[in-house]
Design a protein around this ligand. Structure first.
Ligand SMILES: Cc1ncc(C[n+]2csc(CCOP(=O)(O)OP(=O)(O)O)c2C)c(N)n1
Ligand SMILES: [Mg+2]
Length: 385
């Protein structure tokens, strides 16, 4: 990594004030390079994997939103426009690391190897769902790839991420990093401050990443905090803070990799603010046209789109052919459709699993209740008629 190209707030070189408003970028909106030397670190294969990872999220989200609208799934939260922040961060992680996500990081799990089938099984809450149908949709988890289930309660996961990192340090587990994600709204929660306090004082090997998409449902960024940037909040806890362009996947990768390498060496935590924009609704239950000016959204959807930016850059380098994106999107959509067909046809979890994992051995009371439930006549769910 070209360390010199990253200048951070709180690194002790005396230029913090100038950095408050500065955003680390490697590729401009028009797809031209800002820093050729730093980009030389990114091989063709990785650049193409980043591109494919972003397109996969875009295609999956679009299909799943359509399914939700058709009444075939209960709820969905897209990461549209934030794919660079998701995939760039994922690419900076190693298999031995742990991921503690918020709502929009399923793509991190997919990039690390969680299968589409497992992701969709969770959304349908079927028998193949590792959580046995007990979570709201969009709460996937994958033990094999160290991807912890997200928490519905905003920010409760950040102390968990720091706690995992503290445990790694106490256990002498060198070379591992815990990544903890949050949104801009999450940084106003008490748990955020508790977590940063412990991260700073324990110097635990964690990378805390805020996807600042400038909205927390209907609360805009300027109402969220009076601080000049979200990144600054790390500095108050003695944590090195980096602010990067969250729609520039190569800048995200570079910044998060810098932070992860540092934690891996035992040199402590970092707080990374990725500046992006939530171009879609908060979730399938939201209509942003009720509370914001969608002409601003159109700019982020258009010229600021992260996939388009990398596409232009890759075509310019000769690493992607014009038109290749469409073919890639079609192939990925076929994969998603196949996985949906499989998972929609998978039955719900057996009723008997209802009391699994509550106690090591179910109590007599639970067994009695379950027996009553199994014996009771049941109506079929409306969609099963
Ligand atoms: C403790 C708590 N308060 C409120 C909510 C309702 N809620 C769900 S998501 C959300 C906004 C989160 O915004 P942000 O952290 O910026 O993440 P984003 O949705 O933009 O990715 C709120 C208020 C909640 N889930 N938990
Ligand atoms: Mg937000």
């Amino acid at each position: 990594m070209a360390r010199a190209s990253i200048d951070s707030v709180g690194d002790g070189d005396g230029d913090d004030e100038a950095l408050v408003g500065r955003v680390f970028q490697l590729v401009r909106e028009d797809g031209t390079a800002v820093d050729e030397a730093a980009l030389a670190d990114v091989p063709r294969d990785l650049a193409r994997r980043l591109f494919e990872g972003m397109v996969r999220i875009r295609v999956t989200d679009a299909r799943m939103m359509a399914l939700q609208r058709q009444g075939r799934s209960g709820f969905y939260g897209e990461a549209m426009g934030q794919e660079a922040a998701v995939v760039g961060s994922a690419a900076a992680s190693e298999p031995q690391d742990w991921i503690v996500p918020a709502l929009r990081e399923a793509g991190v799990g997919l990039f690390r190897g969680m299968t589409l089938d497992s992701y969709l099984a969770q959304i349908f809450g079927n028998a193949a769902d590792p959580s046995k149908g007990r979570q709201l949709p969009c709460h996937p988890c994958d033990r094999a790839h160290h991807y912890v289930v997200m928490s519905s309660c905003v920010s409760t996961q950040i102390p968990h991420a720091v706690g995992i990192a503290m445990a790694m340090k106490i256990a002498g587990d060198r070379g591992k990093v815990c990544f903890g994600f949050m949104g801009d709204g999450g940084t106003s929660e008490p748990d955020f401050h508790v977590a940063l306090e412990f991260a700073g004082t324990s110097q635990a090997p964690c990378v805390l990443i805020c996807q600042n998409n400038q909205w927390a449902i209907s609360t805009p960024g300027h109402v969220q905090t009076a601080a000049a940037s979200i990144a600054l909040k790390g500095v108050g806890y003695g944590i090195e803070a980096i602010r990067a362009d969250g729609n520039d996947v190569l800048a995200v990768y570079h910044a998060v990799k810098y932070a992860a390498d540092k934690a891996r060496r035992g040199d402590g935590p970092s707080f990374v603010e990725l500046v992006t924009y939530r171009v879609s609704a908060h979730s399938s239950s939201d209509d942003p046209s009720r509370y914001r000016d969608e002409s601003v959204t159109e700019i982020w959807r258009g010229t600021r789109d992260p996939i388009r930016r990398l596409e232009t850059y890759l075509i310019g380098r000769g690493w992607l052919a014009a038109g290749e994106r469409d073919a890639m999107a079609q192939a990925l959509e076929a994969e998603v459709r196949d996985a949906i067909a499989r998972q929609e046809a998978t039955p719900p979890p057996a009723l008997e699993t209802l009391i699994d994992d509550v106690y090591e051995q179910p109590t007599w009371l639970l067994r009695e209740q379950l027996a009553g439930l199994v014996a009771a006549p049941r109506a079929r769910a409306p969609h099963q008629h």
